[in-house]
Design a protein around this ligand. Structure first.
Ligand code: FA5
Length: 352
């Protein structure tokens, strides 16, 4: 019996029986194509057979064929929905997946607080006209020490306990993890044939430190260097005051102490008021009772370093500073211990 010859009622019953045997999406699709497909679905053929009927039966046959089409379309939709529900139910009863549980929030990453602070510091100096340069973290001792006026037997080398890299050159250890960003003073001037120089060099430094609340063995510094005719100590102070104002606002206090670094003359340290004890606690472990937390060393570039760069120290002068970025981060957020930064505790890091 061809499709066109089947009665609408018989066709409907056969189609519904076949539908009840379709148990997944591909089977449903095959059923749909076979019965309701536009080209040669059997219901389509049935509808085409209307015109082959004797004229007196044509209207009734047409109505019956249309009714079959509607019934089968509705039955298909219902079957699709019930299969979907059954699949979800099956999923929810297996241990692997409970579809009724709420979704898990995706943790969104963010910048480390020291990186945030580093970027803000860089921006502050850029706004004052400093450009940014970079230098190597594994450094020659010739740059880290000798070029910075600390030859082998100079006591200033003792200020930084060095982490050496064990590559020997003529039997001697010559490379190290830089202890400060200052070797970049020499590196930048070396590749700048003529002043003016106005540059900052941010980066990681490493020291063999007994760590405490304000000392880590890895630290981030920003070196600053300005060399030109007529650069004075007051320019250095102006830049550093402006930096402190940009980072901490107007109400924080800043103090300069005299200090010694072999590569500057005179040398200073700049400190900010201790946010923990406000200068009152003799046993404050953050400022050790001094009331001040040092954030940078600075001074007027030693004329010998200016001369070594090939500049004329009778014509040009310069200032330099080395800022501790973790210290700035401690101060801006009132964190009592620097070691939190690199302890990888998400309860701490997630707060910034
Ligand atoms: C120096 O490193 C000099 N190169 C700074 C300098 C540059 C002086 C240019 C003059 C001219 P000092 O060791 O003091 O200096 O370190 C500078 C800053 O780095 C400190 O003020 C402090 O903010 C930070 N710092 C130093 N040691 C540590 C440490 N162990 N952990 C965290 N921060 C540190």
């Amino acid at each position: 019996m061809t499709a066109s010859a089947a009665s609408p009622d018989a066709l409907r019953e056969e189609a519904l029986a076949a539908l009840s045997e379709a148990t997944d999406e591909p089977a449903l699709e095959r059923w749909r194509a076979g019965w309701l497909g536009r080209q040669d679905g059997r219901v389509t053929l049935l509808l085409r057979a209307v015109r082959e009927q004797p004229p007196e039966q044509r209207a009734a046959f047409g109505q019956a064929a249309n009714a079959v089409k509607q019934t089968l379309e509705a039955a298909l939709a219902e079957r699709q929905e019930s299969l979907k529900q059954a699949a979800l139910k099956a999923l929810s009863t297996t241990a692997a997946l409970d579809v009724t549980l709420p979704g898990r929030p995706q943790a969104i990453g963010r910048l480390h607080p020291v990186t945030q602070t580093l970027r803000d510091c860089i921006k502050a100096f850029q706004e004052m006209g400093f450009r940014v340069a970079e230098g190597p973290e594994v450094e020659w001792s010739a740059y880290n020490f000798d070029a910075m006026r600390s030859p082998e037997d100079h006591p200033a080398r003792d200020m930084w306990d060095t982490i050496w890299v064990d590559t020997l050159l003529n039997g001697e250890r010559k490379m190290l993890l830089r202890t400060h960003t200052s070797p970049n003073q020499a590196r930048v001037m070396e590749r700048t044939p003529e002043p003016p120089v106005r540059v900052i060099v941010p980066g990681k430094c490493y020291r063999q430190e007994a760590t405490d609340a304000t000392h880590e063995w890895m630290l981030t510094q920003i070196e600053g260097l300005a060399v030109d005719e007529g650069v004075r100590m007051s320019d250095l102070k102006g830049v550093l005051y402006e930096f402190a104002r940009k980072m901490f606002g107007q109400d924080r206090k800043v103090i300069f102490h005299h200090s010694y670094f072999p590569f500057v003359e005179p040398g200073v340290e700049m400190a900010m008021d201790c946010f923990i004890c406000r200068g009152s606690g003799a046993e404050c472990r953050t400022c050790h009772g001094t009331g001040w937390i040092e954030i940078l060393g600075a001074g007027m570039v030693h004329p010998e370093i200016i001369e070594n760069a090939g500049y004329d120290s009778s014509k040009v002068t310069g200032f330099a500073f080395g800022l501790g970025v973790e210290r700035v981060a401690l101060l801006r957020w009132g964190i009592e211990d620097i070691r939190h930064f690199y302890a990888n505790d998400l309860r701490f890091l997630g707060q910034f």
